[in-house]
Design a protein around this ligand. Structure first.
Ligand SMILES: Nc1ncnc2c1ncn2[C@@H]1O[C@H](COP(=O)(O)OP(=O)(O)OP(=O)(O)O)[C@@H](O)[C@H]1O
Length: 251
C-alpha cells in the first residue's frame, strides 16, 4: 500500500500548523519523522490516521483519499492507551470486534499477535500488572491484530527507560520485518530515527513543512551495535545538525 501526501495544509484556530507537506511512502517503507517540539509531527500523524481532516492538499492510500480512520491504518500512541479493565487478550482483540471476522479467526489473531510480541503467557493479565514496555507491546499487538498495511506510531517508546526502549526498538524492527507493514513513526529521538528508519524526514516549524529528507543507507537488518559504527554516527550528526540549524532559523 502506498501512502501519498500532497501539499498538505492544516490550520487550527491559532493559525497554520502544517503548510505544504509532501511525503510518499511505498509499501513496506519505514519512515521516521523528527522535528522540534510543536512543529506538527503528531498533527501530521493524526491527519494520516484520519482523526482530523486536512485543511488543504490530499492524503491518499493506494490512490484513495483518506476521509476518516480505517482498519488499514493502525495507530499507537506514547501512552499505549490500553483499556484498564480489559485483559491483555481483550485489549488486543478490541479492534477486531469492528471487523467482519469469524470468532475463530479473531481468537487466532489475538493468539498470534500476543505470541509475536512475546506476551501470550500474560493474556489474562490486566494492564496495571504489566511494565511500561509490556504495555507498549500490547498496544502494538492491538494495532497489528487488525493487520493494517500502515502502522502509525507516535513516540511509542518516549515514556520508556533507555534499556526498555532499546529492547522495544529491536522488537519493532523485527515486527516490521515479519509483517511487511509500512511504518510512519514520529520520534524526538534522532538515534532511534536513524536506527529504525529507511528514511528520516526532518520537519521545520512555524508552520510545519518538510525541511529535509535523508535516506538511511544502513543494512536492512538493524541491530543495536550499528549505533557505534562511523556510518551511523555520521548520519546521526547530520540529522542533529539539520535540527539545530533549523532551530537557529537556517533551514
Ligand atoms: N486540536 C488542536 N487544536 C488547536 N491546536 C492544535 C491542535 N492540535 C495541535 N495543535 C497545535 O498544533 C501545533 C503542533 O502540535 P503537534 O502536537 O502536532 O506538534 P508536535 O511536533 O507533535 O509536538 P511534540 O513534539 O511536542 O509532541 C501546536 O502548536 C499545537 O498547540
Amino acid at each position: 500500500m502506498t501512502l501519498v501526501l500532497r501539499d498538505v495544509v492544516k490550520t487550527f484556530a491559532g493559525g497554520p500548523v502544517l503548510d505544504g507537506v509532501g511525503l510518499e511512502l511505498d509499501r513496506g517503507d519505514f519512515v521516521c519523522l523528527v522535528g522540534a517540539s510543536g512543529c506538527g509531527k503528531s498533527t501530521l500523524l493524526n491527519l494520516v490516521a484520519g482523526l482530523e481532516p486536512v485543511t488543504g492538499g490530499t492524503i491518499e492510500l493506494d490512490g484513495l483519499p483518506v476521509t476518516g480512520p480505517g482498519p488499514e491504518r493502525g495507530l499507537v500512541f506514547q501512552s499505549g492507551a490500553l483499556f484498564p479493565y480489559l485483559t491483555v487478550a481483550e485489549n488486543v482483540g478490541f479492534g477486531l470486534r469492528l471487523l467482519p471476522l469469524p470468532a475463530a479467526e479473531r481468537r487466532r489473531r489475538v493468539e498470534w499477535y500476543l505470541s509475536e510480541v512475546g506476551l501470550l503467557p500474560l493474556a489474562g493479565a490486566l494492564p496495571k500488572e504489566l511494565s511500561g514496555g509490556q504495555r507498549q507491546r500490547v498496544a502494538i499487538a492491538r494495532a497489528l491484530a487488525c493487520e493494517p498495511s500502515v502502522l502509525l506510531l507516535d513516540e511509542p517508546f518516549g515514556a520508556l527507560d533507555v534499556q526498555t526502549k532499546e529492547d522495544m526498538q529491536v522488537f519493532l524492527h523485527q515486527v516490521w520485518q515479519d509483517t511487511g507493514a509500512t511504518v510512519l513513526m514520529v520520534t524526538h529521538d534522532v538515534e532511534e530515527a536513524v536506527l529504525l528508519g529507511r528514511r528520516v524526514i526532518v520537519l521545520a516549524s512555524h508552520p510545519g513543512r518538510v525541511a529535509a529528507e535523508l535516506p538511511v543507507p544502513l543494512p536492512d537488518r538493524r541491530h543495536l551495535a550499528l549505533k557505534r559504527t562511523p556510518e551511523f554516527l555520521a548520519l546521526r550528526a547530520e540529522v542533529d545538525d539539520l535540527l539545530r540549524g533549523h532551530a537557529r532559523g537556517r533551514v
